[in-house]
Design a protein around this ligand. Structure first.
Ligand SMILES: [Cu+2]
Length: 496
């Protein structure tokens, strides 16, 4: 049930400002047997426990393709867990996810999308700085049976981007059912580092789904819209609880959190450190060693993991550890994600470069203005029952922010009164995170460098600085909790 309907049933009207979460819980648990309430706490919903699985299926690595590709979104079946067939959406028959595009900076890209889904869809190239007509605007859709050619030139630095549908109010369902893929940009600065490549560079798309339901039906309750649609099983590259055979040396793990709503606190089972070398927008200036790192939906991580201390026969897991500060639905359980099995002792050393890349760090003084976005959603339930930004829900006919081409601006996402975590994503540009106040009160190790999605926890205010380009047009920015996005937590800016 959507909150709009719930409000009608419960009699809550326009004009009320705030109802304590505890009161809402009482009201809604009395009005709908399917509200998914359980023993949840406040407005951020309840957690869903992960069944870890057996780690007996081999990790699949998506096929790599070049600048001239084709995608055919379609309803198909895939073996997500053992030999069990699931009804999914794929960009090709027989599996979820699509191929990994690997493209050099400067290349012209031409990807034909033939939509055989039986419903409208489109493709958003998350992280790419491309024209508005190619960006997968929510109402710029490819009808069932029709096709569209996405063509654009890659003008940005190396990095791990991704693609997925961005259909108005259907993004969450289409992504959950299996539509997503990676898009890697390479450039000469990155190539000069000679980072681990080939079998030593492993793409990992981490997602959660409800595998008890082989039809992968998607019908979130009101509370599941608030928490986001959390799965009961973790999939990596479209398989649940996989293993991967490796040698005892340095690996480059290129990680996407492609989940609708789940946040992970990545760590190794032996708590060994690993090195963050990049994030959403490519390489950091310098490597950073950590023992764990949060990754929210839409975010990417580029990690070097040193397995040289292991011998053949050893095993190590990539896990998600407990974390706090993300509301009632997230971080309450630690679980295993992926098992690495060391099969061969090697003597191939890799020394991590002390300098990875160079770019200008922007300062607040360079910004011509600051825009504030209230993402707390305090009291939003009392208005139309939808997630909001600045008290507004998405309206394709309304330009929310007018931005001058090439302007440098600070955008401030204010979740200081909120109870839910919101990973905020801005289309078509990269930004740098300037400051976080409240909550964690600092930038994390993966928040230096270029980002396009930033996690704003309850209680936090995060400032990002954006050097807009001259890629004029109408673009959206939104919460990348896909349930929140489809619920209206998206605005748009006109760059002109
Ligand atoms: Cu959100």
């Amino acid at each position: 049930m959507k909150r709009k309907e719930f409000l009608k049933l419960s009699g809550a009207g326009v004009g009320a400002i705030l109802i304590p979460a505890a009161v809402i819980n009482v009201i809604s648990s009395g009005c709908n047997k399917n509200s998914g309430m359980g023993n949840m706490g406040g407005m951020s919903g309840s957690s869903v426990n992960i069944n870890e699985g057996d780690f007996l299926q081999a990790l699949l690595i998506p096929a790599t393709v070049g600048a001239n590709g084709a995608l055919t979104p379609q309803a198909t079946t895939a073996s997500l867990k053992g030999s069990q067939a699931y009804n999914v959406f794929g960009y090709q028959p027989g599996s979820v996810l699509g191929p990994t595009f690997r493209i050099s900076k400067g290349a012209d890209v031409n990807i034909n999308v033939l939509n055989n889904l039986g419903e409208s869809s489109n493709v958003h190239w998350h992280g790419l700085h491309i024209p508005a007509s190619m960006d997968g605007y929510p109402t710029n859709l490819i009808n069932g049976g029709a096709s569209f050619n996405y063509n654009f030139t890659i003008r940005q630095r190396a990095g791990l981007n991704w693609y997925h549908p961005h259909s108005h109010m259907a993004t969450a369902r289409q992504v959950y059912k299996g539509l997503a893929g990676l898009f890697i940009v390479n450039d000469t600065e990155e190539a000069a580092l000679n980072l681990p490549a080939g079998e030593y560079e492993i793409p990992l798309v981490i997602q959660d789904k409800r595998l008890a339901d082989t039809s992968l039906s998607y019908n979130p309750t009101m509370m599941e819209v608030m928490s986001g649609y959390l799965g009961d099983s973790i999939l990596v590259n479209g398989k649940t609880s996989p293993f991967h055979e490796i040698k005892s040396q340095m690996y480059r793990l290129r990680i996407l959190n492609g989940s609708n709503a789940r946040i992970y606190n990545l760590a190794f089972s032996n708590n060994q450190s690993f090195t963050i070398i990049g994030n959403d927008g490519g390489l950091l200036k310098k490597p950073v060693s950590v023992n764990d790192i949060l990754i929210a939906p839409g975010e990417r991580l580029d990690i070097l993991a040193d397995f040289s201390a292991f011998i053949a026969g050893d095993e190590i897991f990539l896990n998600s550890k407990l974390f706090s500060g993300a509301g009632n639905a997230q971080g309450k359980q630690g679980f295993k994600i992926l098992k690495f099995k060391i099969t061969q002792k090697t003597n191939t050393a890799f020394n991590i470069p002390s300098v990875l890349s160079s770019f200008v760090s922007l300062t607040a003084a360079q910004a011509s203005r600051t825009r504030n976005f209230d993402i707390s959603n305090a009291g939003a339930m009392m208005q139309s029952g939808m997630h909001r930004i600045n008290n507004k829900v998405f309206d394709t006919n309304r330009i929310d922010e007018s931005v001058a081409a090439n302007a440098i601006e600070i955008w401030q996402f204010d979740n200081s009164l909120g109870e839910e975590p919101h990973p905020m994503h801005i289309h078509s540009i990269g930004f740098q995170v300037l400051q976080r106040t409240g909550g964690r009160n600092r930038l994390t190790a993966s928040e230096n460098g270029w980002k396009d999605t930033v996690l704003v926890m309850p209680g936090e205010i995060v400032k990002v600085i954006i050097p807009f380009e001259n890629n004029t047009g109408k673009f959206v920015f939104h919460c990348h909790n896909l349930e929140h996005e489809d619920d209206g937590m998206m605005l748009q800016y006109q760059l002109s």
